[in-house]
Design a binder for this molecule. Structure first.
Ligand code: SAM
Length: 194
């Protein structure tokens, strides 16, 4: 075994006491169902407690319900379809949370992540399905770039969540699943629970 394999490179610190939710604004005119689903799945699998989405069909709720039923998480992860994203931001701030908007124009994540973690406050992460309204830049406490090149809101979200949770998101248990994966180096090991 290589030395790096024995010692994980991700520093594992105590679970943070803050919660993270995602606000995804917009939906591209060209149907964007796969990226919508991926935004939900990444938020769920990377430790968030909820995602708020604008401009999406109700069908996405069925998709999430199926995933939660099979793999767990009905209690731990929620999806809300909303109209008024400004109200979500306002309420979040009123409840003493901070708002982090992910954009390629923002300050570099490497320079800001320690500061954001140290605040130990609940975080609302905003991602755009397309260009977001200018106001988002001013309503947010932080505009953060995951590198200064355009890529994808799903990639940006995954990197941000991994940095904020420092790898601990994968220790979270999602409950009431009907099947469970037993991690194994080769092949599939899945047990049926119900
Ligand atoms: N004009 C965009 C921007 O501000 O990042 C790119 C639009 S991209 C189609 C959709 C979303 O992907 C953006 O709203 C942003 O949340 C995310 N995104 C893309 N590249 C990013 C990057 N380098 N850093 C952070 N977020 C990024």
């Amino acid at each position: 075994m290589l030395e790096e394999e024995k010692t994980p490179s991700i520093k594992v610190s105590q679970n943070p006491s803050f919660v993270v939710a995602v606000l995804r604004i917009g939906h591209r005119l060209v149907r964007d169902d796969r990226t919508t689903t991926h935004a939900v799945l990444v938020s769920r699998a990377f430790g968030c407690e909820r995602i708020y989405m604008t401009d999406v069909d109700d069908e996405i709720k069925d998709t999430l319900n199926k995933v939660n039923k099979r793999w767990g998480g009905e209690k731990e992860f929620k999806l809300e379809i909303i109209d008024n994203w400004k109200q979500i931001i306002k309420d979040w701030k009123q409840n003493n949370g901070i708002v982090v908007h992910l954009t390629m124009y923002g300050a570099l994540i490497n320079e800001k992540i320690s500061q954001i973690r140290a605040l130990n406050q609940n975080i609302l992460v905003i991602i755009g399905a397309e260009k977001v309204p200018k106001e988002v830049y001013f309503l947010s406490d932080y505009n953060i770039a995951i590198g200064s090149q355009p890529h994808s809101e799903i990639a940006a979200l995954a990197v941000f969540l991994d940095r904020i949770f420092e790898g601990n998101q994968f220790k979270r248990k999602l409950t009431n699943e009907s099947v469970k994966i037993i991690p194994s180096e080769r092949g599939k090991n899945v047990i049926k629970k119900k």
